[in-house]
Ligand binder design. Structure first.
Ligand SMILES: [Cu+2]
Length: 357
């Protein structure tokens, strides 16, 4: 599946590169209209903070993100599991009483961007999160395992950002990203389990609980038919949250290539690498259960993951919807190394709409 997906995509690129093998410089006209006149100059929808707006220009966006996680992994290898009596039987050495089987994340995110000057744009992002987890438990089970589901839903961490374009050349530019993540997402979500109403594991909490500083740098550029970009963003946790822990610092590296199909339509390939550390401190409500379930263990939180994502962008350039764009991106990891046993990521999908004024 993964190979076919990548192969088809690369083939598309190769064929098109043959057709238009001229990397001749674009006419100056097109460049003056900024990044909003052709679809391939826009970053894939899953990329945040990739562009600045002109002074007084406003953009609103809505994104829906879906992530599916199923099956357990420890390090880079999968943990085997059987349907019925449970994957638990396959791990006698790590006799957890409760293990997750599957988790989905749905995120609705509203975004706004406003150009204070031609080089300086302010951003706001408001996420709404929904986590659903299916687990198996040996606790309180007469025989075999209990299967049960837990859920948490609510606002995630609101992010206020500033983008400053510090270098602009004819066909590429560099942006300094600085975002502050506010502790608006809950870190004390509970739900019903076979052992009664309990604090949910760390992965089901909606926020970090801390103010997080997210400095970064973004490069974007294009020629006649190709758009490209690279971005590095760190997340640094400031202090500890109300439950007296902080999530691990993390870093994200992003690189993408977009290809013009028509003026209005483009495809993209993106590689995103994320690496994150263990937590400092722990939630007192969870620490007593860390030998029972890995999602309660503050020392099993670290990981590194690299995803390949295929994207499509459609930009309206005429009529009432001119300036609107629709983006779709779907991807899956090609490398995962996580502390475990914990759920591995299977795929992510992002669908978004952006309106420019
Ligand atoms: Cu924007």
């Amino acid at each position: 599946m993964k190979n076919i997906f990548l192969f088809t995509f690369l083939l598309t690129f190769v064929v098109q590169a043959e057709e238009t093998n001229s990397l001749k410089h674009h006419d100056h006209e097109a460049c003056e209209h900024g990044p909003h006149d052709e679809a391939f100059k826009l970053a894939p929808i899953g990329v945040m903070g990739s562009h600045v707006h002109g002074e007084g220009e406003l953009m609103f966006s809505y994104r829906f993100m879906f992530m599916e996680m199923e099956g357990l992994r420890d390090g880079t290898g999968r943990k085997g599991q059987s349907e019925e009596l449970g994957h638990m039987m396959l791990m006698p050495a790590e006799s957890y009483g409760m293990l997750p089987r599957r988790m989905t994340m749905k995120m609705h995110m509203l975004g706004a961007m406003y150009g204070l000057t031609d080089d300086w744009t302010m951003t706001l992002m408001v996420p709404w999160l929904e986590y659903d987890m299916d687990s198996s438990s040996r606790m309180m089970a007469m025989s075999g395992v209990n299967k049960f589901s837990t859920q948490s839903e609510g606002f995630g961490d609101v992010k206020i950002g500033s983008l400053y374009r510090f270098h602009k050349a004819e066909d590429y530019e560099l942006i300094f990203n600085m975002t502050l993540s506010l502790p608006t997402g809950s870190v004390d979500e509970d739900d019903d389990t076979p052992m009664g109403n309990q604090r949910l594991g760390y992965t089901m909490q909606q926020g970090s609980g801390t103010y997080d500083l997210m400095p970064g740098i973004t490069l974007t550029g294009h020629n006649d038919v190709w758009g490209y970009g690279a971005q590095a963003i760190a997340t640094l946790r400031l202090g500890r949250n109300s439950e007296d822990y902080s999530k691990g610092d993390s870093v994200m590296l992003n690189t993408w290539l977009s290809r013009k199909i028509t003026k209005n339509f483009s495809t993209s390939l993106r590689i995103e690498l994320n690496s994150w550390k263990d937590y400092d401190g722990h939630d007192d409500e969870l620490v007593g259960r860390k030998n029972m379930m890995p999602t309660a263990d503050e020392d099993l939180r670290a990981g590194t993951r690299a995803d390949a994502l295929l994207g499509f962008t459609y930009l309206f350039t005429e009529g009432a919807l001119a300036g609107n764009s629709i983006g779709l991106e779907a991807g899956m990891p090609f490398y995962q190394d996580i502390d475990g046993p914990n759920l591995e990521t299977d795929y992510t999908v992002t669908l978004g709409w952006q309106v420019r004024f």
